[in-house]
Design a protein around this ligand. Structure first.
Ligand code: SAM
Length: 266
């Protein structure tokens, strides 16, 4: 996969792209990430990327010309081709007003050949970029950042770890919080070994078995696989019910899960 990031602060990405799985994915040749300095697509002495908003009001707005020119220099397929799904590329404008970036969106992006992330700054970006250059706007949460750089780093990391081979143990990315498309077991029941299939993850413990008088839950020490499975599934259900009850609606729940949930709701 190729990932392009367009920003007025290219140095910001020195840290985020050079650690962990993102670095590994690049070293393994699974991903090529290129950061583009928006100011290189300006034509004035001051390398101006922003201007005052028409109609008045607060702050400055990122101008459209450098963003259009930057994208045109990259050899990205035309917007009609991208929107029609004839090429596996997506141009994304980071925006607090965008559609929510979720694990499902991350999985979709990980299946593409190329993503381009446009980072806004100041009061935002000239709306013609959202309407005529980008294919979609994505938000990483209901809060306002000062720029799209942090959001781009979040998206790149989330997508990179879904590329086949990027994480040492691939099964681990299929059994995490929010993961939805895990194949059901042959019995037809929801896979209930863990917190996947739309639930939050189950709690994890490691050595020592007792720490400052706090012991690891007995079920995990039992060596009984069925007992461990049941314990993990129930804790995932409890945690999801407590912290993110909204997820239960879309989760794949077995009859056993539903019975357990009915018990804790009452
Ligand atoms: N005036 C905008 C609003 O109220 O929605 C906020 C602009 S913000 C200060 C500047 C830039 O930060 C945005 O253009 C966008 O690129 C980025 N940004 C801010 N919050 C974001 C979020 N939650 N998700 C993604 N990008 C965000």
């Amino acid at each position: 996969m190729k990932a392009d990031i367009v920003t007025i602060f290219p140095d910001f990405f020195r840290g985020p792209l050079e650690y962990g799985i993102t670095r590994r994915a690049q070293e393994m040749g699974l991903a090529a990430i290129q950061v583009h300095d928006l100011r290189e697509f300006t034509h004035d002495r001051h390398r101006t990327v922003d201007d005052r908003p028409f109609g008045g009001g607060e702050g400055m707005v990122l101008k459209p010309e450098p963003l259009f020119e930057c994208l045109e220099s990259m050899g990205v397929a035309p917007r009609e081709e991208r929107l029609a799904g004839r090429v596996k590329q997506s141009v994304i404008l980071l925006s607090a007003q965008g559609l929510p970036f979720t694990q499902r969106v991350a999985a979709e992006l990980a299946s593409l050949d190329r993503i381009v992330l446009l980072c806004g700054r100041y009061e935002g970006v000239d709306e013609r970029v959202a309407d005529f250059l980008a294919d979609r706007e994505l938000s990483i949460g209901d809060y306002v950042l000062s720029g799209g750089e942090m959001a781009a780093a979040v998206i790149v990391e989330t997508v990179m770890r879904l590329l086949p081979g990027a994480v040492g143990n691939e099964a681990s990315t299929q059994q995490e919080s929010f993961t939805i498309d895990v194949k059901p077991k042959s019995s037809g029941a929801a896979d209930s070994t863990c917190g996947s299939n739309g639930l939050l993850d189950y709690p994890h413990y490691t050595r020592p078995a007792e720490f400052r008088g706090i012991a690891v839950p007995e079920a995990l020490m039992s060596g009984n696989h069925e007992e461990i499975r049941k314990w993990r599934r129930q804790r995932a259900l409890e945690k999801t019910f407590r912290n993110r009850p909204d997820l239960l609606e879309g989760a794949a729940l077995s009859a056993e899960d539903k019975k357990f949930l009915a018990g804790i709701k009452n």
